[in-house]
Ligand binder design. Structure first.
Ligand code: NAD
Length: 469
């Protein structure tokens, strides 16, 4: 396929009589999405089941060749995909946003398709030679959120296709066009029926979770929905990977060079305008450097341009939807009412558009305040003062959410010791949210279970069988 301008991609996925999708930055109509029914879901699952044996029979080499071609097609269409993503999701083209997201799709596809699951000899004794083999799980159902819709689709789809599964994707109802466009590009490199997309609402997601024809659900979204999926998949014992909500803590140790880390702290919290699962969502700072950190973050907050994502200079965008906007506005209001100091932002940026909320640094706030204890998932960061590190660690570990966490220090030994005491699936030192296609990623406690990326990620979409002789 040659380069598609964005309008061509939209023409392919937008339908006349579908549900209207609007740009969150401007309110402008982008297009109309199809909405699938339960019958469409059944048809997609049946077609994916029928296509799976032949896809598996190609072997890693045969599938890799197609997946590398799919990566090439995404790369060739990256600007059109990024522009559509920016318009539908709201995220700017530049910064750690739309172009970065499409680039990550290409990188994850290539890295994942280069892997394979070889049999492992687990015991080799005279009377027992045992091997662990991995087979495709079968049909994978991929249910995704609206914050990184293309990248998370690739996270779910690439390992499944690599090991020989076929896939049915259910995009978020907020970002269906971006995901359908991405799937349309990917599908050009794949045999028919290997990859399906069925846009639809929560009912279609729930239908997937209880579908007997789906062998594995890859879910990324909120903790409440993850629990609903675990309940409705129980009768079929469907295998699950649940990447759920986070409320990541960061701890700045005393004596840290704040100027050297300020930008990384800022983007750890505000990439994708804070709408990121593993973003820094509460920051614990030692008393001795508290004002310095708050001032540094406030300076960056006011200096970083926010606005329409298609304007090249912007690095921060709107909230994607009204519901998320309301959550952020409510949490900031509640913090103000309980005596916190709003250092920057704190009121909707109505001059930019209805769904814009400025970067809001909330200081002099304590644990127990809703903006600390609940996931804000937007451009507001509570900064909490501590004087005793044990207290900060206890507070960081005190919530059910446990996706990521970070420690900030120029003393590697102290950083390592503190990191090992934190309860989270990923713990970063002097960075937050950094991911890599070969490094496993997943939550613990209320943030779910199962790992994505790398060889561990392949294992999660395969079934292990043991061979003994
Ligand atoms: P959400 O749970 O509301 O929706 C996610 C998807 O689930 C959507 O496609 C939705 O239609 C579907 N769904 C809704 N109800 C369902 C049901 N009963 N059964 C099956 N599917 C159902 O989440 P969201 O608002 O789109 O995303 C934001 C949340 O996702 C945040 O909490 C964020 O932290 C989390 N998230 C986590 C990760 C991660 O990797 N852990 C990544 C991105 C987002």
């Amino acid at each position: 396929m040659p380069h598609h301008p964005e309008t061509d991609l939209l023409d392919r996925v937008s339908v006349q009589d579908g549900r209207a999708i609007h740009d969150p930055a401007t309110g402008d109509l982008i297009g109309h999405t199809a909405e699938c029914t339960a019958e469409d879901l059944d048809r997609a699952v049946a077609a994916a089941r029928a296509a799976q044996p032949a896809w598996a029979a190609r072997g890693y080499e045969g599938r890799r060749e197609r997946l590398m071609r799919a990566a090439e097609l995404v790369e060739e269409n990256s600007e059109a995909l990024a522009r559509l993503l920016s318009r539908e999701q709201g995220k700017p083209l530049n910064g750690p946003n739309a172009r970065f997201e499409v680039g990550a799709c290409v990188a994850w596809l290539r890295a994942t398709a280069s892997l394979e699951l070889a049999p492992e000899v687990v015991v080799d004794e005279p009377d027992n030679h045992s091997e662990l083999h991995y087979r495709p799980a079968g049909v994978v159902g991929a249910i995704g959120p609206w914050n990184w819709p293309m990248m998370i689709t690739v996270w779910q789809v690439a390992p499944a296709l690599t090991v020989g599964d076929t896939v049915v994707v259910k995009p978020s109802e907020y970002t269906p066009l971006s995901v359908q466009a991405l799937v349309a590009v990917l599908a050009e490199a794949l045999p028919e029926d290997v990859l399906h997309v069925i846009p639809g609402g929560r009912d279609i997601g729930a239908g997937m979770a209880e579908h007997p024809g789906i062998d594995k659900i890859m879910f990324t979204g909120s903790t409440a929905t993850g629990k609903a999926i675990a309940r409705s998949s129980a009768d079929n014992l469907t295998r699950l990977t649940l990447e759920l909500g986070g409320n990541d803590a960061g701890i700045v140790l005393p004596g840290t060079d704040i100027a050297a880390h300020a930008e990384d702290l800022f983007w750890g919290a505000f990439l994708n305008t804070g709408q990121t699962c593993a973003a820094l969502k509460r920051l614990y700072v030692h008393d001795s450097q508290y004002d310095e950190v708050v001032d540094a973050l406030a300076r960056l907050a006011t200096a970083t341009p926010m606005g329409n994502g298609l304007d090249e200079e912007n690095l921060l965008g709107p909230l994607q939807n009204q519901q998320q906007f309301d959550i952020v506005a409510r949490l900031v209001e509640d913090a103000r009412a309980s005596g916190a100091r709003i250092v920057t932002g704190g009121e909707p940026a109505t001059d930019l558009g209805e769904l814009f909320y400025p970067v809001t640094i909330v200081a002099d706030v304590t644990d127990g305040t809703a903006i600390v204890d609940e996931e804000q998932f937007g451009p507001a960061l509570p900064v909490i003062r501590y004087s005793d590190l044990d207290d900060a660690i206890a507070a960081a570990n005190g919530l059910d959410a446990a996706l990521g966490a970070s420690v900030w220090s120029d003393d590697p030994e102290a950083a390592q010791q503190t990191a090992l005491r934190l309860e989270a699936g990923s713990i970063w030192i002097n960075k937050h949210g950094g991911i890599h296609p070969m490094v496993p990623f997943g939550g613990i406690k209320g943030s779910g279970y199962g790992l994505e990326f790398g060889v561990e990620g392949l294992k999660s979409v395969a079934v292990p069988v043991v061979l003994t002789r």
